[in-house]
Write a protein of this length. Sequence first.
Length: 269
Amino acid sequence: MRTVKILLIIVLLAVSVLYGITTVSEKFTGAHVPPTLKCDTDTLEVSVHDDISTYLTGVTASDQQDGDLTGNIYISGVSKLISAGTAKVTYLVFDSDHNMASLTRFLHYTDYRSPRFSIKEPLVYGQNESIALLDRIQATDVIDGDITDSIRVSMLSAAADAETYTVTLQVTNSMGDTARIDLPVIQYAGTSGRPTVKLSAYLIYLSQGSSFNAQDYLTAVEIPDGMGKKTDVQITGSVDTETPGTYTVRYTYPYNGTSGSSVLTVVVE
């Protein structure tokens, strides 16, 4: 029994010595030391059209044993937007001993803008006509492209004149940015004999301080027996291009005791 105990002590001492030698060896060789990741700026400015490889600009990696590992860096993910046009990008790199290093920095899109809506046809419907909004409305995004399929109708309310409704649409892109807009929808009690007011656009976006002339968007008036005079169109509503917001301008053409209208929605950004 005493001999067994002595042998166990010897084995334990040998293991301890071997562990100590291994630890010291690894300390000097750097087997357990992770690589170093560095970037030259805390925020990288890119275009929404840049290839993702651009996101690696200014990022370097090195390792005590392997040397330069810059070519082994990869992007593990890009966050949703944390503020207007700004997200976070995370980088990873591994050395030959499978040690990992990670680094996160800000990514600012210099030409980013929120998703936008567009209207292909006037939102004017007859009494018995189905209001199929998504057949006439589109949404596009500078990063995702066409995101019309993501449009959601969140509210539909009637106005005082009982023919005009307000529909609230919203759409969210892959960056988590949600755009909302209120649009007027006209549904007449009857359509027989009503004129049709044609516009060059039914939804526009203007930069703050831009010029705006409602008459510029009126293109034609169609009546049952031909074309109406554009000068007879009544234009109501105003747009303050100095104040961001959503405005509506209504174009109405009276004809034979009835009338026809179209609406231009103006978003000042």
